[in-house]
Design a protein around this ligand. Sequence first.
Ligand SMILES: Cc1cc2nc3c(=O)[nH]c(=O)nc-3n(C[C@H](O)[C@H](O)[C@H](O)COP(=O)(O)OP(=O)(O)OC[C@H]3O[C@@H](n4cnc5c(N)ncnc54)[C@H](O)[C@@H]3O)c2cc1C
Length: 484
Amino acid sequence: MTAIVWFRRDLRLHDHAALHAAMLTGDPIIPVYIVEDSLCLSAAVGDKRLHAHFSAIAALDDALVQLGGRLLIRRGEPQQVLCQLAQETGAEKLFFNRDYTPDARKRDELVSEVLSRHGVFVHACKDLVLHEPGEIMTKQRTPYAVFTPYRRVWQTLPKDRPFPQPTEWILFDRLKELPSEPVPTVEAFGRNRPMGTEWEMEQFGERAARKRLQQFLDRDIYTYKEKRDMPGVNATSRLSFALNAGTLSIRTVYHRVQEVLASARGEQVTSIEAFLTELIWREFYQQVLYFHPHTTNHAYLPQFEEVAWENKKDLFVRWCQGETGYPIVDAAMKQLNETGWMHNRLRMITASFLTKDLLVDWRWGMAYFAQQLIDFDEAANIGGWQWSASTGTDAQPYFRIFNPVTQGEKFDRDGVFVKKYLPVLREVPLQYIHKPWDMPEHIQEQAGCKIGFDYPLPCVDHAQRRKLAMALFQEAKDRHAKTE
Ligand SMILES: Cc1cc2nc3c(=O)[nH]c(=O)nc-3n(C[C@H](O)[C@H](O)[C@H](O)COP(=O)(O)OP(=O)(O)OC[C@H]3O[C@@H](n4cnc5c(N)ncnc54)[C@H](O)[C@@H]3O)c2cc1C
């Protein structure tokens, strides 16, 4: 007998639930990746995100080649491709890891139905999270909508151990003879390859992910709590791409962190626990989306579904391009546009600015992030946007609005981050770095930065927009109350 292992967002060989389950059968394995046009041809997916994903696929293929095999690559509708592959090879089993987003669930249900009809045994495994949607429910058997009680239960439950590495690999003997597409590249899809050394392939593969985890556990995890909000300091794990593309397993991360925790002392313990809390947020949002699939495009809180957003296109474009005139917002958007990643504090600041200062619908910003982020995860992105827009579960209250100047002063105190992404502000004295419009003219001259010419004037007045935002949210709430 033969087993197909379908790789999707689990692009690794270590600690892989579906691969492990297939190995246990003792059957020869066909590892396959299916290039889906819904990902590769969609304008909603940017070049950087696609390139990062393809690079991880290339690294997986390399790892399989080293084992004497290869990653079989096919293109098309998964249910058709997998049926065809089963017929070609006589495979009678299909293994894959579960994904919880609405589209992935629909796709996987169709695949399971079609393959089962063709006599293929379909086995879906838990792999993306430690606790799946439905495992942690309130006493009333409803899903949690508030994070803290969810976290408390999550922490008490036993966790699966990482799966052991197989000592011997049994790959399908005709694997190399089977027709396969080449490893996909962005160029093949008429896209542009991101430029610069940090875009080299190794950064995205399994080996690079394991190295990144090790580096984080060696040092930054011990100061995570203190430094995690400072974008100028590279002190967070930067594991989000690895966890979303699955070049690293959450079981491995969790248990490696537990090892470090066991020998930590005092402040180190609080720091490590703060990091673990972020991993729980990841699982919390997976279950929110699973149980509330409408939140992909609708407010979780119905009273804020109909906020009268202004949706001015020119302001949205300035936000996307990092030209709002607020340095912390602009530097953050440049970081996103250049690297495909943005620091968490900045994701909150930019999302708040778009929705509360520019009064643009959170769905516009969410789509822009989805296009640009290499670590895009639908559940976390929706969760983060709805939190920032005050429309989600456990969200920031609508009357608590970030001030982009004080946020900059608090979290980028020395202006290091702003200066890195906005070199035009490099010579601006520290006291003006987060409000350069306050610079007297002679200082603008000395700094070589004329406001309104070299760097834009603020596109809106924060104090005025804050009042307006609060009024619009209150109005939406009142309107909703009347219809109840
Ligand atoms: C508006 C907005 C949009 C976001 N979109 C995404 C997204 O598309 N993909 C994504 O992975 N994260 C998203 N986040 C969450 C968070 O910003 C990133 O996970 C984090 O910045 C990644 O950097 P890191 O790996 O260094 O994180 P660390 O601080 O080192 O955290 C470790 C891991 O915990 C998880 N995590 C951390 N914070 C969160 C959070 N708030 N929600 C869910 N999981 C979290 C991630 O998997 C992360 O890799 C978003 C947050 C906001 C406010």
